[in-house]
Design a protein around this ligand. Structure first.
Ligand code: ASP
Length: 214
């Protein structure tokens, strides 16, 4: 939440603009203890989308809520609400006006606690000028976010479409699981060999505390 509130990042306050000049936010969270997870996409009035994703995980039988349905769910919770222009910042407006593609500034968090449990979360405004309704990888479990205590926790950033096609976050864990690669080797193989230069990157932590920032 602290990072979402910081306008430096493309998530929460400081999120990029959509083609229509609004903000549609995506977030997901996953608990490596039992693969419980929650995600929201296209939310427009929730100050901290990562909190709503967590409530989807903890308080509903579902994993993923979108747009209007996610807002209705938010109405039933205590999450803080804001008007859509709360997310606006001069820097992102200028970027939108120049219509540059943005792939920087998504918030990714991975954690290993003292008991050996892993968790991951990702929160983003998406890509500058994105089409109404477009969903990237950030709220998609297995693409932008993954956590499992038996392998690693992963959070991705970059061109979401490429990360969805390559199910990047889960792929890193799979390479550790099935080919016995280290976290660093797995992350590097996915980012540098399966993806192309400029597609994006990831942060990850393994069950043994190894850290990768490919
Ligand atoms: N991966 C995000 C998306 O495609 C954008 C980003 O990481 O900046 O929505």
């Amino acid at each position: 939440r602290h990072l979402e509130d910081n306008p430096l990042f493309n998530s929460g306050k400081g999120a990029v603009y959509t083609a229509e000049g609004r903000h549609e936010l995506d977030a997901s969270i996953m608990d490596g203890r039992d693969r419980s997870c929650g995600a929201v996409t296209g939310v427009t009035t929730v100050k901290n989308p990562i909190s709503l994703a967590r409530l989807v995980m903890e308080q509903t039988p579902h994993v993923f809520l979108s747009g209007a349905g996610a807002e209705v769910f938010a109405d039933e919770t205590e999450v803080e609400r804001v008007s859509n222009d709360y997310f606006s910042t001069p820097y992102r407006r200028e970027q939108w006006e120049k219509s540059r593609k943005s792939v920087h500034g998504t918030v990714g968090v991975v954690a290993l606690d003292l008991e050996g449990h892993l968790a991951a979360g990702t929160s983003t405004g998406g890509t500058t000028g994105k089409r109404f309704g477009r969903i990237g990888d950030s709220p998609v479990i297995g693409a932008g976010t993954w956590a499992d205590d038996s392998t690693c926790a992963v959070s991705c950033t970059g061109h979401g479409e490429k990360f969805i096609r390559n199910t990047v976050a889960r792929e890193v864990a799979s390479l550790m699981e099935h080919r016995d690669l280290s976290l660093e080797e797995a992350a590097s193989e996915v980012i540098h060999e399966e993806l192309e230069p400029g597609d994006g990157g990831l942060i990850a932590v393994s069950r043994t505390g190894e850290i990768a920032m490919a």
